[in-house]
Design a protein around this ligand. Structure first.
Ligand code: S3P
Length: 454
């Protein structure tokens, strides 16, 4: 593990050079496994009974942090097969009460999902633990999980509601909790803590946040059901209670595919196919938004893998028009707005995003930093507290831009660079490997010209 983490550290200093695209993008590619599912699979396999097998697991900076943390909690993980962007894992689950006290604090690196979900998992253990992460992660708000977990009985100490979180053993009880924001990380932390609680756990979500935790827990035998906006988890505690091991193939990540889809939409005459992409409805917002803008995404070969629908997506260059985005679709596309902004810059008219204040507390402030970097490339963008407006279509110019250590900002700028006049240089772009190992190779396979500069 150590060598891979070190390599990711080195990448964090890399610069990516993107050449303008003079030829159409074409070809068929796959994308790495879904990041959200990869985090959850490894955590839940650790507390399942017996050996889990996970294929196409995502070996990215974020998920490798979860893997390392799970190993520090005494779980044996074997990598049976590996390629650049897909690992096959065998995980020796030790049951609900099999985790062991780690010898040092757990480093979640840049991964909010790692830290927030582990906080839920560790709150009801019989040993203390400390969850920490990068400077970037230490700035992100943690009260949103600390509050409900404390209501469940958790003993969590944090300064100013930020990491590091010091967790001490506690007896957990179920709660009725109405989440103030629609967040899959918050609901998942509560549900994981609920596995160790006495009494039922009820969580209300104000919007349809991704449901991978619910799906996976149900598939593993947890007594969980959803009725409208309420999720109920019945207690697992009891002599013979256990979660069954997983046998799972992780679907391709729609949030990674989004960059390729937008690239094909804005580079003239392009036509590409992305195979095996998750079609989970709680993640499907971008496809719906792009369709209203005039994009034609052809969905074929729909099939089920690990309880999740996947499909092949064919998409090509299209004349786009503007869209107004807000309300309940926002949470179902929350990670896609940096690259949607690039699509909006090529669409005729004023595109507006509202109800997306959550973007300000992602890896970075994805409203102000995105606006600042896109302006350097010629985009006319106006910031709102909860979104932005973009006037298009704009002729993009290549520029020196910065990812600020945010993988999705870095990739969105690279896609903008493909449609620009003149080269684009993106500094601090190694963070792209936090979610999409093989991003450059995949785009190169489609005919793009990008190169790392060290
Ligand atoms: C995630 C949930 C979302 C998303 C993040 C991954 C998850 O965050 O933005 O990239 O795996 O649960 P929030 O729960 O904060 O909305």
């Amino acid at each position: 593990m150590a060598s891979i983490l070190n390599k990711a550290d080195n990448w964090a200093m890399s610069t990516l050079l993107v050449h303008p695209q003079s030829e159409p993008l074409s070809g068929t590619v796959t994308v790495p496994g879904d990041k959200s599912i990869s985090h959850r699979a490894i955590m839940l396999a650790a507390i399942a009974e017996g050996k889990s097998r996970i294929r196409d697991w995502l070996p990215a900076g974020d998920t490798l942090a979860t893997l390392a943390a799970i190993q520090s909690l005494g779980i044996e993980v074997n990598v049976i097969n590996k390629t650049l962007a897909a690992w096959e894992l065998a995980i020796e689950g030790r049951g609900l009460f099999g985790l062991r006290q780690p010898t040092s604090s757990l480093d979640c690196r840049n991964a909010g999902t790692c830290l927030r979900l582990l906080a839920g998992l560790l709150a009801g253990q019989s040993f203390p633990s400390i969850l920490d992460g990068s400077r970037q992660l230490r700035k992100r708000p943690m009260r949103r999980i600390i509050e409900p977990l404390r209501q469940m009985g958790a003993n969590i100490e944090a300064s100013d509601g930020r990491a590091p979180l010091k967790i001490r053993p506690a007896t957990m009880r179920g709660i009725h909790y109405e989440m103030p924001v629609a967040s899959a990380q918050v609901k998942s932390a509560i549900l994981l803590a609920g596995l160790y609680a006495q009494g039922e756990t009820h969580v209300h979500q104000p919007g349809p946040a991704r449901d991978h935790t619910e799906r996976m827990l149900s598939a593993m035998g947890a007594n969980l059901f959803t009725e409208g906006s309420w999720i109920t988890l019945k207690p697992l505690l009891g002599e013979s209670s256990s979660l069954t091991a997983l046998d799972l193939t992780v679907p391709g990540d729609l949030s990674s595919a989004a960059f390729l889809l937008v690239a094909a939409m804005i580079v003239p005459h392009s036509n590409i196919i992305v195979q095996g992409v998750s079609q989970n409805q709680t993640r499907h917002g971008l496809g719906e938004i792009l369709s209203t803008m005039g994009a034609h995404i052809e969905v074929s070969q729909e099939r089920l893998t690990g309880g999740e629908l996947v499909a092949d997506l064919a998409i090509g260059f299209d004349e786009l028009h503007s869209a107004n985005v807000g309300g309940r679709v926002v949470v179902r596309a929350i990670d896609e707005f940096p690259v949607w902004a690039v699509a909006a810059s090529q669409a005729a008219g004023v595109s507006e995003l509202r109800d997306a204040a959550e973007l300000r507390v992602k890896e970075v402030d994805r409203i102000s930093l995105l606006a600042g970097e896109l302006r350097k490339m010629g985009v006319q963008i106006e910031e709102y507290a909860d979104g932005f407006a973009i006037s298009g279509p704009t002729r993009l110019n290549g520029a020196f831009v910065d990812s600020y250590g945010d993988h999705r900002l870095g990739m969105a700028l690279a896609i903008a660079g493909l449609a620009a006049t003149g080269p684009t240089t993106i500094t601090d772009a190694g963070c792209i490997a936090d979610s999409f190992p093989g991003f450059v190779e995949t785009l190169s396979h489609l005919g793009a010209r990008l190169e790392w500069q060290t």
